[in-house]
Write a protein that binds this ligand. Sequence first.
Ligand code: ADP
Ligand code: MG
Length: 286
Amino acid sequence: MPNATVPCQYRTGRTLGSGTYAIVKEAIHIKTGKYYACKVINKKLMEGREHMVRNEIAVLKRISSGNRNVVTLHDYFETAHNLYLCFDLCTGGELFDRICAKGNYYEADAAALVRTIFTAVAYIHAGGIVHRDLKPENLLFRTPAEDADIMIADFGLSRVMEGGVGGDKLSLLTEICGTPGYMAPEIFKKTGHGKPVDVWAMGVITYFLLAGYTPFDRESQQAEMEAIIAGDYKFEPHEYWANVTPTAREFIQACLTIDPDKRPTAAECVEHKWLASATPHFVPDP
Ligand code: ADP
Ligand code: MG
């Protein structure tokens, strides 16, 4: 099939990935020859939910390019049928695939990665934004290199918190959203949620990085939800955790604190002793 021409300026190529509402394609900007990732969102599929996309755009405009570990939105346009968002192209794939390929991460590598992601999470939180869908499928590597920058992508479910900077407790969000395995207990309890949900999700991601499987995986979604609400997880089976330090476990436990008020903030997590000594890997700017 011939490549479609995205309104005049871009030509789209292979599909990079797809999610609930969108297909993400590689796109070349014809004039400059530069490559981007173009998120193509079908308006029909989004009917009634267009506000989610407009929200994503508003969020990205606010925070894009302010942090090297958050994907930059370069361009946005729409046609009668589709919405198009052009981002930095990340060619290194999803963190999810790297975890699956490796089995699990060495603790020092995991700590460096988690520190980098948490620093970016603290940055978006400082801007008054909650991501709400942090998971290894939404964390992308900029290049295929082993030490490539990791990027937070997919702000489709994030919200600019009313009240702006610092406005988290006042404007509690109540609708159920996100991906079950990474969702914090307060989301299921519908008691309102804010920035602490991202810290919880990071706890689940850290567990996954170190063990190669997620902590609340159960035979049904109902059982999974009950386990999350009860904070019911273990550092087992033993052989997967034998080489993991108590400091790493304590870090995960802190992130997976059931009460969101008692959970550390992202900024506090960066200062946690498990991460404080981790050296974030940086690829020098070209
Ligand atoms: P959805 O909201 O539908 O989940 P995402 O923004 O997460 O959409 O994109 C879906 C998938 O497309 C991602 O999981 C990833 O594999 C791929 N993708 C998204 N953005 C980029 C990008 N900037 N560079 C490369 N691949 C991307
Ligand atoms: Mg996604």
